[in-house]
Design a protein around this ligand. Structure first.
Ligand SMILES: Nc1ncnc2c1ncn2[C@@H]1O[C@H](COP(=O)(O)OP(=O)(O)OP(=O)(O)O)[C@@H](O)[C@H]1O
Ligand SMILES: [Mg+2]
Length: 332
């Protein structure tokens, strides 16, 4: 295995290298092809960049295309779907330094682990060309990195012998075994007990820092986003509607993002009351023309039903795709 650090690029200054994304997606589009050959848009014109040591949160209601966007990055799309628009670029030095530059952790660790093999043999699979004794040392270190104090016991365990939180730690160890530069975590804590959720998130943040990982975190929990993420991408019906540094949550522009925030249970005042957004995310093939959010939007105007809004940058790095915001704020 290539243990060498990624070679630096001679023609870039240190600052430029730090600003270079590890992974960039430019105008990604994913289509679902029906049996009759019709193409339905699943993800449309999605662009973003992930940076080493930074966490980008991807949020949006169920069915907005978060998981499909994440799966497209690793070429893991479900049957019938194709990433056939736009392009994705993984930094060359990242791919050179990793066995698996892009690693995933999913919602249900129990379903991802094979019940008939020990954790040890499943991690070993990610270390194919490492000699036996060296692999044993590496596996122990990996398990310690994810917080196991007795790695040997875990290596010899079968998945059912571990709790949900321990299984997710084991999945993280497996993800790290390939020395990834990008870690995609798709609702990594949703299936876990509330008490364990915070620990797994703290571990994720720690790994991001220690291993200098670019993390893409998919979550429904805006509280977690505000606390842990650096950057935010909000998707609605397959498109990014607002993006920027996570601080934008204090003053979002897009009515959809305002709605998501209002849907959070209030801690003070009318405690526990949900002020959700009315209506539902449209299913594939039934997305309305123009801005797909317009039927649910209190600020909708005639143009919203006709023209897909382009992104406008409101401040450096903060961009919004909304006709009403554009008119309200007077952006060009
Ligand atoms: N295997 C599949 N076959 C057909 N359509 C799918 C498949 N997986 C997802 N879809 C559809 O693609 C769209 C985007 O789904 P996706 O799973 O990316 O949503 P999501 O934002 O991750 O939602 P959730 O928060 O529920 O995980 C949805 O309309 C969904 O129904
Ligand atoms: Mg999903």
């Amino acid at each position: 295995m290539n243990e060498a650090a990624p070679a630096s690029i001679p023609w870039l200054s240190v600052e430029e290298e730090a600003l270079r994304p590890v992974l960039s997606a430019d105008g990604l589009g994913v289509g679902f092809y029906t049996d009759s050959g019709k193409r339905l848009d699943v993800v449309q014109d999605v662009s973003f960049a992930l940076y080493s040591g930074r966490m980008t949160a991807l949020v949006g209601e169920s069915g907005c295309g978060k998981s499909i966007t994440a799966l497209a990055l690793g070429g893991l799309l479900p049957r019938g779907m194709k990433m056939d628009r736009g392009r994705m670029k993984l930094d060359a030095s990242a791919s050179a330094a990793s066995v698996r530059p892009l690693a995933y952790v999913f919602q249900d660790p129990g379903a991802c682990l094979d019940p008939v093999f020990t954790i040890g043999s499943q991690i070993r699979e990610v270390l194919p060309r490492v000699e036996r004794a060296q692999a044993a040392v590496r596996m122990r270190t990996l398990l310690q990195t994810v917080g196991f104090e007795q790695p040997d016991r875990v290596l010899a365990s079968y998945p059912h012998q571990l709790s949900g939180g321990m299984q997710q730690r084991a999945m993280l160890a497996m993800a790290l075994a390939g020395r990834p530069r990008v870690l995609v975590a798709d609702e990594p804590t949703t299936a876990l007990d509330v008490t364990v959720q915070a620990k797994i998130l703290a571990l994720l943040t720690e790994l991001q820092r220690k291993e200098n990982l670019a993390v893409l975190l998919i979550t429904h929990n805006l509280g977690v986003v505000a606390e842990a993420a650096d950057d935010l991408l909000v998707m609605y019906a397959g498109r990014v509607v607002e993006r920027g540094p996570v601080g934008l949550l204090k003053k979002p522009c897009h009515p959809y993002v305002e709605g998501l925030l209002k849907a959070l249970p209030r801690v003070e005042g009318n405690a526990g009351r949900l002020e959700g957004i009315g209506g539902w995310v449209p299913p594939l093939g039934r997305r309305p023309p123009g801005c797909a959010f317009h039927p649910r939007c209190s600020l909708a105007r005639a143009i919203c039903a006709e023209v897909v809004p382009e992104e406008a940058e409101t401040s450096p790095g903060h961009a919004v795709a909304c006709h009403a915001c554009r008119a309200r704020e007077g952006w060009k």
